[in-house]
Design a protein around this ligand. Structure first.
Ligand code: COA
Length: 208
């Protein structure tokens, strides 16, 4: 059989609903009963910190199987400087295609583009078993502490410009846009109600 064709391209307005549904399917019951990431993504497109040049979708023979978005963020340096960096996410792969290398391919491609756009470093809270394969290390080893949990091993960073973090000491806060569900639960509930019903389950390994 011939190899299936992978395409990574920028998302368009016509993709929005499908991308949000994919995100919902992929995150559902993974970190909490249900999920919020599809609404975070939905709202981020109108946020000034959103980077439309780095909002990618991945297709396998034309089928949407992955997405990632990037957001401008910053390190609050102990010397008072604000060092602009980027974060990303939600990033996801459709449930049927997880653990087949597609997530790494999408991440690595998008990070290359983020580097070309001038991002010096990327920060993310996530699983080192996945992100470590793409060059991320615990941020505290580079002098950057997660404001909510300074010793966190799951707060990760990767330089895109070698030496970008040399001499840096500071803290990082998740950008405000990641908290839209907590800020306006009613708007989230209304948005969620327009999707097909899915069962929320409490499962082992969930974080919340
Ligand atoms: C996380 C996610 C994007 C990874 O994409 P993926 O296509 O499944 O991952 P890949 O196949 O590219 O993984 C590459 C390597 O990373 C590691 N890895 C990936 N996911 C992992 C996991 N959940 N646990 C441990 N290691 C993992 C493995 O070493 C894997 O290689 P292997 O399968 O040969 O062992 C995808 O699983 C997903 O959409 N999950 C739900 C949403 C999510 O958690 N997003 C990230 C939020 S921070």
């Amino acid at each position: 059989m011939s190899e299936k064709k992978i395409t990574i391209r920028l998302e368009t307005k016509d993709d929005y609903r499908n991308v949000e549904n994919l995100t919902r399917e992929s995150f559902w019951n993974v970190y909490r009963p249900g999920c919020m990431e599809h609404y975070v993504l939905h709202c981020y497109r109108d946020d000034p910190a959103f980077v439309p040049e780095l909002a990618f979708v991945m297709e396998l023979d034309g089928e949407l199987i992955g997405q990632v978005i990037y957001v401008r963020s910053e390190i609050d340096c102990d010397d008072g400087r604000k060092l602009p960096i980027m974060t990303f996410g939600p990033i996801c792969i459709a449930p049927a295609y997880k653990r087949q290398g597609y997530g790494k391919q999408l991440l690595d491609y998008s990070m290359e583009k983020a580097g070309e756009m001038g991002a010096g470093a990327l920060a993310i809270t996530g699983n080192i078993l996945f992100y470590g394969k793409s060059g991320f290390v615990p941020a505290k080893t580079k002098g950057v502490r997660y404001a909510d949990d300074p010793e966190a091993d799951y707060f990760l960073i990767r330089e895109l410009t070698p030496g970008f973090l040399d001499g840096v000491s500071g803290t990082y806060k998740d950008p405000e846009g990641y908290f839209v569900c907590e800020k306006d639960p009613e708007a989230f509930a209304q948005y969620e109600a327009a999707f097909p019903p899915k069962q929320k389950l409490k499962l082992p390994g969930q974080l919340f």
